[in-house]
Design a protein around this ligand. Structure first.
Ligand SMILES: Cc1ncc(COP(=O)(O)O)c(C=O)c1O
Length: 454
């Protein structure tokens, strides 16, 4: 049974119920299960208003990098807010934005030299899509009015980003008439990431996928402004880990067909896959790179779209030339957010953040290997600090009937056992802050095993 909330919370929950509309939520569910009241955050834990402590097993939607309330991030925020809270970024510049680009630039592929600031993952993607389209247009490629994307991808919820996300799922299908034109390419999941892999026929399947990618570009390449992909793992698509060889092939195909490659590292960046960027593992450099989420260590919204000098050059000209990139947001390059991002990047220099990620990787493999013994678990797999599996009905081996809301119930029960886990459809995963002690991951797996068995 959950610990009851302090009495004063009943008024606050009534206020929430009366006026608040929560994201990704059929609000009717909160009639029976009100939102979980959170009072604080400490390290890898969230402190609930009922006094309980839960492991933030999904880093609060993959944002929290060094733990909640990291003193270095908090003091950077306080200092900067007192000095300069905000200033518009058109025609102005400031130290935190400059320090941020100076700190980040050396960690990125050498060709990415131009940083465009925006607010969140979706806007970083919008910026990349618009930049790609306009750059193609201004270099004389005027017929490139479509995008390519991987089937099963997710790039955010603004309409441009929805247009390159997976169209067939419930979040985006409805909006089809409003969206830009996107050609989608299927890539297989990589069985080599599985802890109990079945590699039968894998080289042939990989080769078939490679050929399919080549045919896709032969058919669509001339019309595409850009192809967008999350490198190595499609996170919101259900932690689909796809083969690195196909990312290298994607780069080659984009080059061969004059298509810009946009890599969306909004979720995969900042050590989540074991390296600073996921694309580093393949040595692939995009033309446009989207970063957000972990950029500020998970403290404030901020994003960056990095572009190559060649793309930037297509926007250069006399003011009257009409070549400028006319896009921006009120809070573009917010100084407080930039200062926290600098503090987060400084931690990568000063603390063994990637070594901790390596320790989490080992713990994650052990945890999901244990989980994979349960008959309700299939396809346990790990990439860097991300562990995932598919949940099935052990009696039939088939997916749970969605109307039973198995994932939601597991999520709510796990909270009562000290763990924030929130399956995406039938995908159960863990993606904790990078400062999580490995023993806590084993505990999380034990909790999940107990819940799956009960
Ligand atoms: C790969 C990817 N791109 C873009 C986004 C959108 O980011 P935001 O929710 O900050 O708009 C997400 C969010 O989960 C994401 O996973």
């Amino acid at each position: 049974m959950p610990t009851p909330l302090p009495p004063d919370w009943s008024d606050r929950l009534a206020l929430d119920r009366a006026h608040v509309w929560h994201p990704f939520t059929q609000m009717q569910i909160h009639e029976a299960d009100p939102p979980v009241a959170v009072a604080g955050g400490e390290g890898c834990d969230l402190l609930l208003a009922n006094g309980e402590r839960v492991l933030d097993g999904i880093s609060s939607w993959w944002t929290c990098l060094h733990g909640h309330g990291h003193p270095r991030l908090v003091s950077a925020l306080e200092r900067q807010a007192a000095r300069l809270d905000h200033v518009m970024f058109a025609g102005f510049t400031h130290e935190p934005a400059l320090e941020l680009v100076a700190r980040l630039r050396p960690r990125l592929p050498a060709g990415l030299t131009r940083a465009f600031f925006s607010d969140d993952g979706s806007t970083a993607v919008e910026v990349a899509l618009k930049m790609a389209f306009q750059a193609q247009f201004q270099r004389g490629e005027k017929g490139r009015d479509r995008f390519g994307a991987l089937r099963g991808g997710y790039h955010g919820d603004t309409l441009g980003a929805v247009g390159v996300g997976e169209l067939e799922n419930f979040m985006t299908g409805l909006f089809r008439p409003l969206l830009l034109t996107c050609e989608r390419l299927e890539v297989p999941e990589d069985p080599r990431r599985e802890l109990r892999p079945d590699l039968t026929g894998w080289p042939e399947r990989l080769e078939t996928a490679r050929q399919g990618m080549r045919r896709f570009f032969t058919e669509h390449g001339a019309r595409l402004a850009a192809f967008i992909a999350e490198p190595l793992i499609q996170c919101a698509g259900g932690m689909r880990m796809w083969p690195p060889e196909l990312l290298a092939e994607l780069r080659a195909q984009c080059d061969a067909h004059g298509v810009y490659l946009i890599l969306d590292e909004v979720a995969t960046g900042f050590g989540r896959t074991g390296t600073f960027l996921a694309s580093e593992q393949v040595g692939v450099a995009p033309d446009l790179l989207c970063l957000s989420k972990g950029l500020t260590g998970g403290t404030l919204p901020l994003s960056l779209t990095w572009a190559t000098e060649a793309i930037y050059a297509h926007f250069w000209g006399e003011p009257a030339s009409g070549r400028a990139f006319l896009h921006g947001h009120s809070y573009t390059a917010n100084p407080a957010a930039c200062a926290v991002a600098c503090a987060s990047l400084a931690l990568f220099d000063e603390e063994p953040v990637l070594a901790r990620a390596a320790a989490i990787h080992e713990a994650m493999k052990a945890a999901f290997l244990t989980l994979s013994e349960h008959p309700a678990v299939r396809q346990a797999r790990v990439l860097g600090t991300i562990g995932a599996c598919r949940l099935v009905d052990p009696a039939t081996g088939a997916a749970h009937d969605p109307s039973l809301r198995f994932g939601w119930r597991l999520h709510r029960r796990a909270l009562d056992h000290g763990l924030l886990a929130r399956p995406i459809g039938d995908c159960l995963y863990l993606l904790p802050p990078l400062n999580t002690p490995p023993a806590r991951i084993q505990e999380a797996a034990a909790t999940l095993l107990e819940l799956l068995s009960s």
